[in-house]
Design a protein around this ligand. Sequence first.
Ligand code: UDP
Length: 140
Amino acid sequence: MAATRTFSIIKPDATRRNLTGAVTKMLEEAGLRVVASKRVLLSKEQAEGFYAVHKERPFFNDLVSFMTSGPVVVQVLEGENAVQRNRDIMGATNPANADAGTIRKELAESIEANSVHGSDSEENAAIEIAYFFKPEEIVG
Ligand code: UDP
């Protein structure tokens, strides 16, 4: 099967605790290759735009505040079945429900501060990658 790509964010709770390397190691050990990466501080507008699909949800404002509370690392990951592979290593949204060995179970703080974002479909992966990266910034 050909390699595909997905989009990942190492969230502010993880960068704050100096876990960028720990998260990346778990991604790499799951068979994903980091083909683009940058550390950025999201603006309110960027975070609102990225999570626009959630704008009617009760947690939206808190989520935007959290995602702008410190640096994030945005990444493009490549591998076989990258979207699902990344979702599997991330674990459930709420770390309390996540399987042992997943990033969220091992590292996350709470349902909000859950250390990582990962695209939920190939279609969204393409949209999310384009939201943060120019084609020439991705080096496979
Ligand atoms: N989130 C939250 N409260 C909730 C559900 C979600 O704060 O009750 C946050 C959490 O950071 C999550 C993000 O909103 O990762 C996006 O939610 P989604 O349901 O898309 O979960 P994911 O795909 O990240 O597992």
